[in-house]
Design a protein around this ligand. Sequence first.
Ligand SMILES: [Zn+2]
Length: 334
Amino acid sequence: MTPDYPTARPTDASQLEDQPALPTELLNLPWIDPHNHAHTLSWEDRERYALSGCRSMVMVASGYHWTPYKPARASDIRFLWDDALNRRAAIERNHFFEAKLGLGVHTGVRIENPDELLAAMDDYAALDEVVAIGETGMTPSQHVEAWALDEQRGVVQAQMELARDHDLPVILHTPNTGTASKRHYRDGLGTPGYEKNPGMGTEPVLDGENPELEAVRLDIEAAHDAGLPERRVVASHADGNNTAYLMDETDCYLSYTIGHSWLVGVDAADVANAIDEYGPERIMVDTDCANVLRTDPYALKRAIFELYRYGIDPEAIRRVVYENPRDVFGLADA
Ligand SMILES: [Zn+2]
């Protein structure tokens, strides 16, 4: 029964029956971003994480975007680790969310002396602040100078061995196939929204029909050789090209990156489809927000509402945005 309304003439209000219950618990649901580069963002962007209910995050320091010299040297990457370590506690004190670190060696740019870096990494991995190794993983082609496949493989596997020794999860940077854009941009300008000089990509070291998927297969092979259990691998940038393989043939976690959907073509609808098909047990959502990309610190909070609208129940949403990253990275326990 709808009440009688004193409106001058009938409005929709008098015809609304059987309204759905609204998921008010989602308004305050804590969430965890298990892969971002928030230490490179503005103070205001980090505040946006806090304002929208972020409980914990893993700030990843490994990317070559922030090393000016290419090819890079071990000391360049180590500076990134030290910068993140230096600022981490101040970030927590400013915003109240838990900010932990992922440290790793990315393979998007060749590093001249990676052994020096890997030798230093053991002591970093022992720190309480460090909750993950990565992001890393095989990259089909590099920026500026190619990195031979077997050398990349050695660097990735060595990091996985360190992760095994320290019982840490590894965040993989799985390559994406991207979106089918309607039109190419003018030569020489690059992609707006992604600060990367165009025309410096090298010839691929991994080709064939599906190099993006082949890279992930090689990563899993490296994990096996390193003795790292598949359950300790979080494949970030999961997408339509690698989901079936990772779900059907491995026990890895899949983290869907939704902070720059315009670039990778993955959004909450893809996450909802994956939950429908495989269940929420091995699924997470991350933003990958970074200052070199057009990214959205509110993306994960928005995805919480979108997942509900797409028919996912609140328990499953809580599982993918909070419980899974909490348990895998050992976060939010205080
Ligand atoms: Zn990233």
